[in-house]
Design a protein around this ligand. Structure first.
Ligand SMILES: Nc1nc2c(c(=O)[nH]1)N[C@H]1C(S)=C(S)[C@@H](COP(=O)(O)OP(=O)(O)OC[C@H]3O[C@@H](n4cnc5c(=O)[nH]c(N)nc54)[C@H](O)[C@@H]3O)O[C@H]1N2
Ligand SMILES: Nc1nc2c(c(=O)[nH]1)N[C@H]1C(S)=C(S)[C@@H](COP(=O)(O)OP(=O)(O)OC[C@H]3O[C@@H](n4cnc5c(=O)[nH]c(N)nc54)[C@H](O)[C@@H]3O)O[C@H]1N2
Ligand code: SF4
Ligand SMILES: [Mo]
Length: 709
């Protein structure tokens, strides 16, 4: 029987609305939903992969246990009992912190997981919690907490009314936007230009987005902080600062003025290669345009100065009067507000990691410390691990070290539906249903939306017999852990009931029944100024948290020429982090896993196009194929992350044929943003040389390289 379903795509932050036609158990078509109140019909090539995930023969649909004879299916009760028993045993023998938890990116794209994983993780009571946040947007949260008072009070660019946008380290034409939910970025940027707006992009590569910008400023990775501080310095030097709605609602201005004083546009010119005149010019434009915003993402978060960059970006928005203004930066007003009254503002640095003493944030340590916490003996050493929708072997820095560390664990359980580079180390895998067999609501991404909407998607297919929703896995595992720890189990309601309650308590007083009647979403209107009202003289926005001021003082004004090449990443519309290379429709066509290198850097090393090269960093080396690329700044090379599917005992038939190499075999667990501990996966020192295979010995003649800067 043919049926039409409305569904939001859960694959990335853009949350596009889809219309999916089914005929019985078959998917007939997946198209953009033209009536969708937010995405208005836009989709990207990944949307069709929803079908491929659903029908993928490699996707695990029943619990698996690793045995001496390979993976064997086992029953749900046996699997849950085994997992709980072994996690509890590790804690009974070695203490609560002997069990670690790593939660990956898809956790936040499933309401069953974000609402219920806490039931399991709280029962474990371990301090050793990690997630993809610390290889991603952690600096945004640190700034939101320390300056704005809540880790999720993150204003977003009011992109549809903005007239001047300075974008650093983001490539929304490939990523579809991040920490800014804005489906159809290509058209949103076109419309910005059509209304005579201006887009400026700062990126070491002339990306898809940089190509449509009015101005592309290319500078070496990791140097953005000098540009941003110089813009602040110039602002103060000209006495242009204006607080707008925040007048009388901030503290710490004098400390900021003092801290940025040495960072003149001339100093920034030395570090960035952008002329002092240009820096003064763009500062003047930002000040003069009433509807302007500064926005920065991955390239300025996952780098050496991630937190300082995100802090300086928010200062520029605030001190030029663009915060909480139409066309500037605004807080959303979502149906469910994760930063609303009664929510947990979270904390920072309340305890530190055992081995390196890195600070926790929101109860999590930086993922760059996970491997050393497993490998370093002593009280508190991690002996067992629970991963939830994560692939840290390919996603976190020094992935090879983590790969080795995982093989040394006493026990590992993964809530995941693939046997991949990480989950191959598990003893038990607990697979939730296919995403199309569960309902969907975007809790976080509606709250980061550039426009207020709300939308619930019902499951498309019924849950197969003998399968479990992710929330059921967490309830059952949580109950089993509570039972072995003699803790009382808690009565649970369905996640849909929880959602319904949250919607009813929210600012728009919605409920699930109303959303079910509007499968293309409910329009809740454009953003309104509501941020300044959250502050007072007694509760001001803190412009100058001590950690940030100290870090500025520690910055070097002197510029030294780097000797090593700088490695950065890149994204492609047909890929998504590490786990979407197993679908033929997405991987077909041109290769996308090569090392991009500027012809002048190739020439200097006698490297020809398509040659095989060795890329070497402090922690490891990989061999990749070179792609000549004029779009890169000389001295910078680019390798996408999420590849490296050539490891033993994975079950990813298509991905294995497009294996590539993992950029995170090169990124360095010791190279982090010092304030937050966020991984600096961009700007890593590497050297590249030709691999010469000598036919007789079949050994490769590899170069020796110096990697000190
Ligand atoms: N060098 C470098 N490293 C990076 C980045 C970079 O730009 N450069 N980007 C970073 C960023 S932004 C992120 S978010 C991280 C991602 O890091 P991770 O979240 O650790 O990795 P993913 O590749 O998203 O892997 C997702 C895992 O979840 C599983 N999965 C998919 N859907 C579901 C589901 O519905 N339920 C469950 N239970 N499992 C599911 C997949 O099989 C896979 O194992 O990588 C980071 N790493
Ligand atoms: N197709 C696709 N879409 C995705 C994803 C995906 O893997 N594929 N992942 C999703 C996820 S989890 C996330 S977090 C978002 C990320 O979304 P974006 O932040 O837009 O991610 P990127 O495309 O990695 O863009 C980062 C840019 O920073 C540049 N860069 C690197 N180093 C520096 C630097 O030091 N300074 C500056 N100024 N720029 C630098 C890079 O060249 C790159 O163009 O994308 C999401 N959407
Ligand atoms: S941009 Fe693509 S992957 Fe992201 S939500 Fe839309 S259709 Fe899905
Ligand atoms: Mo991410």
């Amino acid at each position: 029987m043919r049926q039409t379903h409305h569904r939001s795509c859960h694959l990335c932050e853009a949350i596009c609305g889809l219309v999916i036609e089914t005929d019985g158990e078959q998917i007939v078509s997946i198209k953009g939903d033209k009536d969708d109140v937010f995405s208005k019909g836009y989709i990207c090539p990944k949307a069709v992969a929803l079908q491929d995930i659903h029908t993928d023969p490699d996707r695990i649909t029943e619990p698996m246990r690793k045995t001496a004879n390979g993976w064997q299916p086992i029953s749900w009760p046996e699997a849950i009992e085994l997992a709980a028993e072994q996690l509890c045993a590790a804690q009974a023998n070695f203490g609560d912190d002997a069990v670690a938890i790593y939660a990956g990116n898809p956790s936040i794209h499933s309401y069953g997981t974000w609402l219920y994983s806490g039931y399991t993780t709280r029962a474990l009571k371990t301090k050793n919690r990690f997630s993809a946040t610390s290889v991603d947007q952690l600096p945004h949260h640190v700034v939101a907490l320390l300056s704005f008072g809540h880790w999720l009070r993150i204003p977003v660019v009011d992109i549809d009314r903005c007239q001047w946008l300075l974008m650093l380290g983001a490539n929304p034409l490939a990523s579809n936007g991040s920490v800014m939910t804005a489906p159809d970025m290509p058209n949103r940027l076109k419309r910005l230009k059509a209304r005579q707006g201006k887009l400026l992009v700062v990126d070491p590569r002339r990306t898809e987005t940089a190509k449509v910008a009015d101005l592309h400023l290319a500078m070496p990775p990791g140097k953005d902080v000098y540009l941003l501080l110089a813009m602040l310095q110039h602002l103060f030097a000209q006495n242009w600062q204006k607080l707008g709605r925040f007048e009388g609602l901030v503290d710490g201005m004098a400390q900021v003025v003092e801290a940025v004083a040495p960072f003149t546009p001339e100093v920034a010119e030395q570090h960035t290669g952008i002329s002092a005149e240009t820096i003064r010019q763009i500062t003047a434009e930002l000040v003069a345009e009433p509807k302007a915003a500064v926005y920065g993402r991955m390239g300025v978060s996952t780098q050496e100065h991630g937190t300082l960059c995100q802090w300086a970006i928010q200062l520029l928005n605030l001190l030029t009067g663009h915060m909480d203004e139409v066309g500037g930066l605004m807080l959303s007003n979502p149906a469910i507000d994760p930063a609303g009254p009664g929510s947990n503002p979270q904390g920072f640095d309340r305890h530190r990691s055992r081995v390196r003493g890195l600070p926790e944030f929101a109860g999590e340590y930086p993922s760059a410390t996970l491997a050393e916490e497993i490998l370093t003996p002593g009280a508190g050493q991690i002996k067992a691990l629970l991963t939830i929708a994560g692939n840290p072997v390919l996603s976190t820095p020094n992935g090879r070290q983590l790969d080795d560390a995982l093989s040394q664990l006493d026990f590992m359980v993964a809530v995941d539906f693939y046997i991949n580079e990480t989950t191959r180390h598990a003893d038990v895998i607990l697979p939730p249903v296919s995403p199309l067999e569960r309902g969907h609501y975007d809790y976080i991404f509606h709250a980061l939306g550039v426009y207020n909407t709300s939308r619930f998607s019902a499951p498309i297919f019924p849950k197969p017999e003998n399968s479990k929703h992710d929330w059921q896995i967490f309830v059952e595992l949580g109950d089993a852990i509570r039972a072995c720890k003699e803790m009382p189990a808690k009565q649970s309601v369905s996640p849909e009931q929880v959602l319904d309650m949250m919607l009813q308590q929210g600012a728009h007083k919605l409920d699930l029944a109303t959303l079910e009647q509007h499968p293309s979403g409910v329009d809740l209107g454009p953003h309104i100024s509501r941020m300044a009202a959250l502050y007072s003289e007694e509760n001001p926005v803190r412009l100058a948290p001590e950690q940030f001021i100290q870090a500025v003082r520690n910055l070097n004004c002197e510029h030294t020429e780097p000797k090593a090449l700088k490695l950065i990443g890149r994204r492609h519309t047909r890929s998504n982090n590490s786990w979407m290379h197993n679908y033929h429709r997405l991987v077909k066509g041109k290769r996308r896993d090569q090392l991009m290198m500027h012809p002048s850097d190739m020439q200097a090393r006698h490297i020809t196009a398509e040659a095989k090269v060795l890329i070497k960093s402090r922690v490891g080396s990989v061999v990749a194929t070179v792609q000549a690329c004029e779009d890169l700044l000389p001295g910078v090379v680019s390798l996408p992350h999420g590849f490296g599917h050539n490891r033993l005992a994975t079950k990813l038939h298509i991905a294995e044929q497009h294996a590539g190499v993992s950029a995170n075999d090169l990124t360095d667990d010791q190279y982090i943003d010092t304030i937050s501990g966020n991984a600096a996966v961009n700007g890593v020192n590497v050297e590249v040389c030709l691999v010469k295979l000598t036919p007789k010995s079949k050994s490769s003649e590899l170069c020796m390289v110096a990697l000190s800067d």
